[in-house]
Design a protein around this ligand. Structure first.
Ligand code: RIB
Ligand code: CA
Length: 316
């Protein structure tokens, strides 16, 4: 049994919002070999208050309401001006008291009281993880591993406005701290996650499933694909499907075989220049390579992952 902290910028539940963090939480709940010890939230896809309220709502919907949800960083490490704030409408609809505590402290406490036992699955910007590493320098040696959805290693985003992958681009200073931590790291980046796609047909299948989650999942998927199609008319891939970035990072915790891994030395461009958040990847082929600081996903068994995903989500 793998015990995890899921660190997320979850926005599933707000109409038309990114859904993959919500599906990642659902997939974790459906994995018989995973135990979710803690959900922590972070500013990213949405503001941290919304991510927390929606996470509290989703754990109830998934029938795992006993799972602790703790609020984390409201802004990237070095950019307090980039904190997003909750809409009055969201607070009205989902508002409830937010449990006490801070994500970084809770992550550090959980890892240090369970040495070698806890895996952090980070599916939003890495702010909380970097803060936890700063609070507790021994965390890197005591965490089982950190699995990150983030980065693009073998290509580019091909968007000059966001040259780095979103989670890394939002807080590259935090990603840099994680890369320098010495913790065992696996990165699942856009090179593979853009290939695992949930289609309108998958949505229909999930909607027809007898469990309580399918109808909600199906509706959220259709709405998100509609929005992507509208916002990216020049991208045919986005017309009828959306990428399951974060669920793939959850799946590889217990099913590392779904992905092909390579050792690498990765650095990240920090600061506010034109290459903010871009990963510089060394695949260690030179005679005197740098030491590897992580493993990166370079290929994925798309059919195996999608079959597992649809089956598990439909069973909820
Ligand atoms: O780049 C993909 C990441 O950013 C995922 O974590 C997803 O939730 C998106 O917003
Ligand atoms: Ca995310």
């Amino acid at each position: 049994m793998r015990r995890i902290v899921l660190d997320t910028d979850l926005s599933m539940g707000e109409p038309g919002s990114e859904i993959d963090d919500g599906f990642a939480l659902a997939l974790a709940a459906a994995d018989p070999d995973l135990r979710i010890e803690l959900v922590t939230t972070v500013n990213g896809n949405t503001d941290v208050e919304t991510a927390t309220l929606l996470s509290l709502h989703l754990v109830e919907r998934l029938g795992i309401a006993g799972t602790r949800v703790v609020r984390g960083a409201a802004a990237p490490l070095t950019r307090p001006d980039r904190a997003r704030s909750a809409s009055a409408e969201t607070v009205r609809e989902y508002g409830r008291p937010i449990p006490a505590g801070y994500a970084a402290a809770e992550i550090a406490r959980l890892v240090m009281t369970n040495p070698g036992e806890i895996t952090i699955v980070a599916i939003g910007p890495l702010t909380n993880v970097a803060a936890a590493l700063a609070l507790e320098p021994e965390l890197a040696r005591n965490v089982q591993e950190i699995v990150v959805m983030g980065g693009v290693f073998l290509g580019q985003t091909l968007q000059s406005g966001m040259p780095g992958e979103f989670n890394v681009w939002i807080d590259p200073e935090a990603a840099d701290a994680v890369l320098h931590s010495g913790a065992p790291l696996r990165f699942v980046g856009l090179d593979v996650t853009t290939r695992v796609r949930l289609t309108r047909e998958h949505a229909e299948r999930m909607g027809a499933a007898p469990g309580g989650f399918g109808a909600f999942a199906s509706e959220a998927t259709r709405t998100w694909i509609d929005r992507m199609r509208q916002e990216h008319p020049g991208d045919p891939e986005l017309a009828d499907s959306c990428a399951m970035h974060d669920p793939l990072a959850v799946a590889v915790v217990t099913r590392p075989d779904l992905v092909t891994w390579r050792d690498a030395h990765v650095s990240v461009v920090t600061g506010d220049g034109v290459a903010r958040g871009v990963m510089v990847t060394d695949l260690l082929s030179s005679a005197e390579p740098p030491a590897a600081n992580c493993r990166i996903a370079v290929d994925v068994d798309v059919d195996a992952f999608m079959a597992l995903f649809v089956e598990r989500i439909s069973g909820l």
